[in-house]
Design a protein around this ligand. Structure first.
Ligand code: SF4
Length: 337
C-alpha cells in the first residue's frame, strides 16, 4: 500500500454477513439441510490496502469472496460498498457498481471463455459498460495488455495458447479494464508454478500502486498473504476468528487456530534451540452442516476449557487494531503451555 493512501477510509464493509445454502431435497432421506458457509462476518476493507483472507480449504473464503462482489446473494447481514448498502440490490441496480468492484479467479482456464480471443475477452467489459467505439476499445485493450505485461500480438491468441501465468494476466487485464476501486482476488496464484507466482504477485503490487487499487487477497499460502497484505483476517468454519495488521498477526497470533496455521509456515522466528515450534492440530475440520456447539474450534483446540464447549466467543477487540474470537486469547502470541 502506498503511504499516500488514506488508510482509514472504509470502501467495503460487511456487517454480520452470512451465506446459507440449502442442500438435499425434501424427498431425500434427511430432507433439506442448511449449510452456513459464511456466518456473521463483520469486516471493513480500507481504501488502498490489501486485506488478506486466510484459512484452510472449505473454511468459506471463496464463498465470502463471491458474496463481496455479489456473485452470490447474501442471506444474512449487510454489505456496504463506499457507504451504499448493496446487500439486496438487483442486477440492474448493481450494474454501475460492477465497474468499481471486480474479481480475479483462481483458475484462469476456467474463467476465460476458450472460444474467444484474448483481445475480445478484455474488450468485453468495455463493450458492456462503456460508450467507447471500436477504435477506443482497441486502444484501451492495447493499453491494458501493456499494463499487465502481455505483448500487442497476444490479442489474437486463444486462452489455450497462453501459459498459466499469461492466462492470469489476461484475467487481471479484464478485471482492471473498467478502472475498478476494489478487486477481490480469489487464490490468484494458487494454480501457478512458484516462479510464476512471484511474477504475478509483483504485477499485482505494481498495479495497486499505479491504479490506486484496493485488494481483498484470498490464499491458502500464508507466505504469499504475509508478503502482500497490510491486514489479515483468519477464517475458520465460515467465521472470522482473528483480524489485525499482517505483521502483528503473523509474529504474535492470539487465536489458537491462527497460531497453528502460522506455525506451519517457514518463519524467521525460531525457538532458542533453533527449531521452529510447530503446532499440529488433531481431528478433522467439522462439517459446516453440523458445527460444534460453543466455540466451533473447541474439538481441535489444544487449550479448550469447559466454557468453550458451551459459549461461542464473539470477535472482539483484543488490543488496539486486533480482534480475536476466543475466550482465552494469548496476550503476546507466545506458545501456550
Ligand atoms: Fe480454544 Fe476456547 Fe479460544 Fe475456542 S474459545 S479457540 S476452544 S480457547
Amino acid at each position: 500500500m502506498s503511504d499516500e493512501m488514506e488508510p482509514d477510509q472504509t470502501i467495503l464493509e460487511t456487517r454480520g454477513l452470512g451465506k446459507r445454502f440449502s442442500i438435499g431435497t425434501r424427498f431425500s432421506k434427511e430432507g433439506r439441510r442448511v449449510v452456513h458457509a459464511v456466518d456473521n462476518v463483520s469486516l471493513a476493507v480500507r481504501r488502498g490496502e490489501t486485506l488478506g483472507l486466510v484459512g484452510e480449504s472449505g473454511c468459506g473464503k471463496s464463498t465470502l469472496a463471491r458474496c463481496l462482489v455479489r456473485l452470490y446473494d447474501i442471506t444474512d447481514g449487510r454489505l456496504l460498498f463506499d457507504g451504499n448498502d448493496i446487500t439486496s440490490q438487483s442486477l440492474a441496480e448493481l450494474r454501475p457498481l460492477r465497474r468499481r468492484l471486480q474479481m480475479v479467479f483462481q483458475d484462469p482456464s476456467a474463467s476465460l471463455n476458450p472460444r474467444r480471443r484474448a483481445g475480445d475477452l478484455v474488450a468485453e467489459p468495455l463493450r458492456v459498460h462503456t460508450r467507447l467505439g471500436a477504435a477506443g476499445i482497441r486502444g484501451r485493450v492495447a493499453e491494458l495488455f501493456e499494463l499487465v505485461g502481455l505483448l500487442p500480438d497476444h490479442v489474437v491468441r486463444y486462452p489455450h495458447e497462453f501459459s498459466g501465468g499469461q492466462r492470469q494476466r489476461v484475467g487481471i487485464a479484464r478485471a482492471i479494464a473498467l478502472n475498478p476501486d476494489l478487486v477481490v482476488l480469489d487464490e490468484p496464484v494458487s494454480a501457478l508454478d512458484v516462479s510464476v507466482q512471484a511474477q504475478i504477485v509483483n504485477l499485482l503490487a505494481d498495479l495497486q500502486e499505479k491504479l490506486k487499487l484496493t485488494y481483498v487477497f484470498i490464499a491458502h499460502d500464508l507466505s504469499v498473504v504475509r508478503q502482500v497484505s497490510n491486514r489479515i483476517a483468519v477464517m475458520y468454519l465460515g467465521s472470522i476468528v482473528e483480524e489485525g495488521p499482517s505483521e502483528e498477526v503473523f509474529s504474535a497470533p492470539a487465536h489458537p487456530y491462527s497460531q497453528a496455521l502460522i506455525s506451519a509456515v517457514p518463519l524467521v522466528e525460531t525457538t532458542p534451540g533453533g527449531r521452529r515450534k510447530r503446532i499440529i492440530l488433531t481431528g478433522d475440520v467439522p462439517s459446516p452442516l453440523d458445527p460444534p456447539a460453543g466455540c466451533r474450534f473447541h474439538p481441535r483446540c489444544p487449550v479448550a476449557q469447559a466454557r468453550c464447549r458451551v459459549e461461542r466467543p464473539a470477535l472482539i477487540e483484543h488490543r488496539a487494531g486486533r480482534k480475536v474470537a476466543c475466550h482465552f486469547p494469548v496476550a503476546d502470541g507466545s506458545a501456550r503451555p
